[in-house]
Design a protein around this ligand. Structure first.
Ligand SMILES: [Zn+2]
Length: 88
């Protein structure tokens, strides 16, 4: 449930404060939420973080679930994630 849906767009990520996956959704006719931008000195990339819908934590959106390589809770390598489509 990441990306463009029938009625709007969604972003998902992991809230480290709550230790759970979260997502935000906004209809196409509404302006997208404004991210907090931070520069990552290790890669030189500018990361866009979004506010968690449940608390004041931030999350980094997962753009492709197959890129998840580590469990966010135990940090062990080898997480298997499969993308799926949700027709809503
Ligand atoms: Zn949260």
């Amino acid at each position: 449930m990441i990306g463009d849906l029938e009625r709007g767009r969604t972003l998902a990520g992991y809230c480290s404060q709550e230790q759970k996956f979260v997502y935000i959704f906004w209809p196409y006719e509404q302006k997208a939420p404004e991210p907090v931008r931070v520069w990552d000195a290790k890669t030189g990339a500018t990361l866009e973080l979004y506010k968690c819908p449940d608390d004041d934590g931030l999350f980094l959106p997962i753009t492709d679930v197959t890129q998840i390589k580590y469990c966010p809770r135990c940090h062990h390598e080898g997480v298997e994630a499969e993308p799926y489509a949700n027709a809503d």
